[in-house]
Ligand binder design. Structure first.
Ligand SMILES: Nc1ncnc2c1ncn2[C@@H]1O[C@H](COP(=O)(O)OP(=O)(O)OP(=O)(O)O)[C@@H](O)[C@H]1O
Ligand SMILES: [Mg+2]
Length: 381
C-alpha cells in the first residue's frame, strides 16, 4: 500500500515536508564556496535534508556530491577507508575519467585495487588493513577531489564521531587539509549537540569559525499540520488539525516520531474514515510496545545510579538544576557529585542531553517509556 508518511529510504519531493528555506541556505552556502555545519537533535531530518539538497538540479548538475556516514567508524583509518570507498563508488557511476585519476592518485594504496577485465574498470577490493598510512591516503583523496573536473561537496554525517577516535589531533589534521581546498566544500552534520557545538563554536578548537552553522529546528507547526491533513485527505481519509497538533506537541516536533506515528496511524485508518484520537493513542501504545525490547536491553546495561537520574529527568521532561539540593531530594538521588558523574556517563551514551542548563532525554519515545514504567500508565493525548 502507498503510504505518504515515509520513514525509511528516500523521500520523493512531494512527500518531503517543508525545509525549503533550509535547503536554500545549504545550497547557497556551498555555492558561495563556504562550508556548513548542520546541527540538530536526533532524527530531526539532517540526513534527509542533505539528500534532498543533493537531488536538486543545482547540485546534481554542477557538483560531485559525496555522502559519508561515519557513525560506525572508530579510527582515522576506518574514516579514510569509508571515505575512499564512497568516493570510489560515486566516481564509478559518474565518470570513468575521474575514477581512473582517483585510483592513480592514491599512490599509497593503488597497488591494492582490483581490476574488472569485463568493463575495463578498477574495483574497490581493498581491505581496511590495506591502509597503512591513513594520513597519506586521506591527503591523496582530498588531492584528487581538489583536481576534479567539477566542484565537489562532501558531507560527513555524524561528524562528532571523530572526537571518539583514539588518535590525537584528528580535528587539527582534518582542518589543515580542508582549509587548503578550494574545489571541495563540506557539510559536517552531527546530532550530539554538546560534542558538535564544542567542536565548531569553541574558540580553542581547530574547526572554530571555519563554517556557517545551521541549526535544524523542528518543521514549523504551520507547515507540518496542513501537510499531514492534506495527505490523509488525498488518500480518502480524514484527520483533524487539533489531533495532529497534539502529536506535534507530544513529540516536541521531532520529525521521525511524528512521521512514524502518522505512518502507522495511516495504516490503521480504513479508506473513507477518520483517524481518531483513539487510533492515535493505540498507534503510540504499539510504538512503545515495539520499542520496549530495545529499551529494556539498554536499561539493563545502565548502572543504578545513572538509571535513577534517567528516571528523574524523564519525570521532569525538561530538568533544570539537576545538581541542586531540591532536585536531589525530590528524586532521592545520592549526592550532587554522583549526579554529575552519572550525567556525564549518560551523555556519553547519548541517553541524556543538555542545552543551556536544561537536561532532557533526547529520544522522546524513551522518555515516554520511562515515564510509563514509573507511573504505570500515562495519558499521551
Ligand atoms: N522534511 C521531511 N519530510 C518528511 N519526512 C522527513 C523529513 N525529514 C526527515 N523526515 C523523516 O524523519 C526521519 C528522520 O530523518 P533523518 O534520518 O534525516 O534525521 P537525522 O537528523 O539525520 O537523524 P539522526 O540524528 O538519527 O541521524 C526519517 O525517517 C525521515 O523519513
Ligand atoms: Mg542522520
Amino acid at each position: 500500500m502507498n503510504n505518504p508518511f515515509i520513514i525509511t529510504g528516500s523521500i520523493p519531493e512531494k512527500y518531503f515536508c517543508g525545509r525549503r528555506e533550509e535547503s536554500k541556505k545549504v545550497i547557497q552556502t556551498l555555492s558561495n564556496g563556504g562550508n556548513l555545519c548542520l546541527i540538530s537533535p536526533r532524527r530531526m531530518g539532517k540526513s534527509k535534508l542533505i539528500y534532498f539538497c543533493y537531488d536538486k538540479p543545482e547540485c546534481t548538475d554542477n557538483y560531485y556530491t559525496f555522502y559519508i556516514d561515519i557513525l560506525h567508524t572508530s579510527s582515522l583509518r576506518e574514516f579514510t577507508y569509508v571515505f575512499g570507498q564512497r568516493v570510489f563508488d560515486l566516481l564509478h557511476s559518474k565518470s570513468q575519467k575521474m575514477l581512473t585519476a582517483f585510483v592513480r592518485g592514491l599512490k599509497s594504496i593503488n597497488a591494492k585495487f582490483g581490476f574488472d577485465p569485463m568493463n575495463n574498470m578498477p574495483t574497490f577490493s581493498l581491505e581496511l588493513g590495506d591502509i597503512s598510512r591513513p594520513e597519506f591516503t586521506l591527503a591523496e583523496i582530498f588531492n584528487c577531489l581538489e583536481k576534479a573536473d567539477r566542484p565537489c561537496v562532501v558531507a560527513f554525517d555524524e561528524f562528532q564521531q571523530i572526537t571518539r577516535y583514539p588518535e590525537k589531533n584528528i580535528e587539527a589534521l582534518l582542518r589543515s587539509y580542508i582549509q587548503h581546498l578550494s574545489n571541495v566544500h563540506f557539510i559536517f552534520a552531527g546530532s550530539e549537540r554538546h560534542l558538535v557545538t564544542e567542536m565548531f563554536l569553541s574558540s580553542a578548537r581547530p574547526f572554530y569559525n571555519s563554517t556557517s552553522v545551521l541549526e535544524l529546528q523542528p518543521i514549523a507547526e504551520e507547515e507540518y499540520i496542513p501537510f499531514v491533513c492534506h495527505w490523509f485527505r488525498a488518500f480518502e481519509r480524514s484527520m483533524g488539525e487539533s489531533d495532529v497538533r497534539k502529536i506535534y506537541d507530544l513529540f516536541d516536533g521531532n520529525t521521525y516520531y511524528m512521521q512514524k506515528t502518522f505512518h502507522e496511524a495511516f495504516i490503521n485508518t480504513p479508506v473513507g474514515s477518520i483517524c481518531t484520537a483513539e487510533i492515535l493513542r493505540q498507534t503510540i501504545g504499539a510504538m512503545l510496545e515495539e520499542a520496549g525490547d530495545g529499551y529494556r536491553l539498554i536499561l539493563s546495561r545502565v548502572p543504578e545510579r545513572q538509571k535513577e537520574l534517567l528516571y528523574a529527568v524523564a519525570a521532569e521532561g525538561k530538568a533544570r538544576k539537576i545538581m541542586s539540593v531540591d532536585f536531589i531530594r525530590k528524586y532521592s538521588l545520592a549526592s550532587s557529585s554522583a549526579v554529575q558523574a552519572a550525567s556525564r556517563k549518560l551523555m556519553e551514551l547519548d541517553l541524556l542531553t543538555v542545552e543551556g542548563n536544561v537536561y532532557s532525554i533526547p529520544d522522546m519515545l524513551l522518555r515516554m517509556y520511562l515515564q510509563k514504567l514509573r507511573e504505570n500508565s500515562i495519558v499521551f493525548i
